[in-house]
Design a protein around this ligand. Structure first.
Ligand code: 2IT
Length: 447
């Protein structure tokens, strides 16, 4: 395999699809050496096939806002790879959604899902719909209009969407309601992240954040460290940040920052349960402002406009917001402020130069596709419960999530341990995920 040639042809074919090209480049760099030890992969052109999605559905979504005005958005579902199971991955509603963004997310999802130990292929979807400032009624009408097109592409044994940025329990409810009406199918397994009374798994809302902290614990343990007493900086205040804060607090760490597109809230005494509960209110308001935390908790949460969470002194950085949110300058600022570990929770949250800086300056770093895989893994557990028409207790789900995150960490160590004994988690995660998908593709023939 020649990474340079493959990247050059993808760049020529998909100019401007920067997130997608970035995600592919990172994986190809990691796997090149292993790939070249497997001539059967080269003969079957596994990489050339793996970097292209199986198919992309694009559709118009037209809905009516509260003023009676007709609005039009674009909806997508990228079915990336089905080598190890039906397509699985979230839906993102965000004004910046493009095919490039969803292709990068679908590509990452394929490897992430392979790491979970569960049989799930990779997919992603969403729309350029901007939930900011929308009323509950508008959100419902948009979700219904979106499902009007999407329903034909999905199914409990074909493609199972879930939430992502801008899509939480409320949106999944509206989407599922419309799916039933259109498809006249009542199998709850068609979507995950559902409400607990109608097929949702206990702990699915918390799972991405909880899993990220379990992974962090495993990583710290492997490095001979402990999370207790550590200062943690978290970016974002959405579903993922919320789950991460709950578990960090429970494990005895101190969350000293959360952030939003408007700036950062420093919390010198550490986040409290009351503040964590308020994150849910902030999210449901669709205001997209972290400053609301400072207004609600004056003197405890200190807001600085225009600053990121990485400007706050911490031991551990947990990016929980959006791709490329942590730049090289942020990595340098973190280091200067004493940070020694960064577990990426958002998908591709760190820019390549930031990862490079971490890895060359003795800062422990693990990539999103390993750290945040607890979310989709618990979606997989939700699918199992739906297929069996039962629901497990929280303790049962939590035990399985612990096991899965431990297993993902072990796979990273197996494929990422370097001659000097340190672990390259980027390499480890990419190689482990790639080997599983590549082997399955090979065994299923040229498709
Ligand atoms: O990025 C992700 O893994 C998710 N948004 C969750 C996907 C899922 O199917 O639960």
């Amino acid at each position: 395999m020649n990474t340079k040639n493959i990247m050059a042809s993808l760049q020529a074919k998909y100019p401007g699809e920067n997130e997608y090209l970035q995600a592919v480049q990172e994986v190809l760099e990691s796997i090149e050496e292993v790939y070249n030890q497997h001539p059967e992969f080269e003969r079957a052109k596994i990489v050339e096939r793996m970097v292209e999605p199986d198919r992309i559905f694009t559709f118009r979504v037209t809905w009516v806002d509260d003023r009676g005005e007709v609005q039009t958005n674009t909806g997508y579902r990228v079915q990336f790879n089905s080598a190890i199971g039906p397509y699985k991955g979230g839906l993102r509603f965000h004004r910046a959604v493009t095919p490039s963004m969803l292709k990068f997310l679908g590509f990452e999802q394929t490897f992430k899902n392979a790491l979970t130990t569960l049989p799930m292929g990779g997919a992603k979807g969403g729309s350029d719909f901007d939930p900011k400032g929308k009323t509950d009624e508008e959100i419902m009408r948009f979700c219904q209009a979106f499902m009007w097109e999407l329903w034909q592409c999905i199914g409990p044994d074909q493609d199972i969407p879930a939430g992502d940025v801008g899509v939480g329990g409320r949106e999944i409810g509206y989407l599922y309601g419309m799916y039933k009406k259109l498809a006249r199918q009542y199998n709850t397994g068609v979507l995950t992240g559902k409400g607990a009374t109608w097929g949702g798994s206990i702990l699915r809302p918390e799972a991405t954040g909880f899993g990220a902290l379990y992974f962090t614990q495993n990583l710290l343990h492997h490095a001979g460290k402990d999370i207790k007493g550590c200062k943690v900086a978290v970016s974002g205040f959405g579903n993922v940040a919320w789950g991460a804060c709950i578990k960090a607090l429970e494990l005895g760490a101190k969350v000293v920052a959360i952030s939003g597109p408007d700036g950062v809230c420093e919390i010198p005494d550490g986040i409290t349960q009351e503040m964590i509960d308020y994150m849910l209110v902030m999210r449901a308001s669709n205001r997209d402002r972290v400053e609301d935390m400072a207004t609600r908790f004056p003197g405890k949460a200190l807001f600085t406009p225009g600053k990121k969470a990485w400007s706050v002194k911490c031991d551990i950085a947990l990016p929980c917001a959006f791709q490329n949110e942590l730049a090289e300058a942020d990595a340098k600022e973190l280091k200067a402020n004493g940070c020694w570990c960064c577990c990426e929770v958002s998908n591709m949250g760190c820019q390549p130069a930031a990862i490079h800086f971490f890895q060359h300056n003795g800062i422990l770093f693990a990539p999103g596709k390993a750290v945040n895989a607890g979310g989709v893994a618990t979606s997989g557990l939700e699918m199992t419960q739906n297929a069996e028409h039962i629901s497990w207790s929280g303790a049962e789900v939590d035990e399985k999530l612990h096991f899965i995150m431990k297993s993902i960490h072990e796979q990273c160590v197996k494929f990422g341990t370097q001659p000097d004994g340190t672990v390259d988690y980027v390499k480890g995660a990419n190689i482990a995920g790639f080997m599983k998908v590549a082997q399955a593709m090979l065994e299923q023939g040229t498709l």
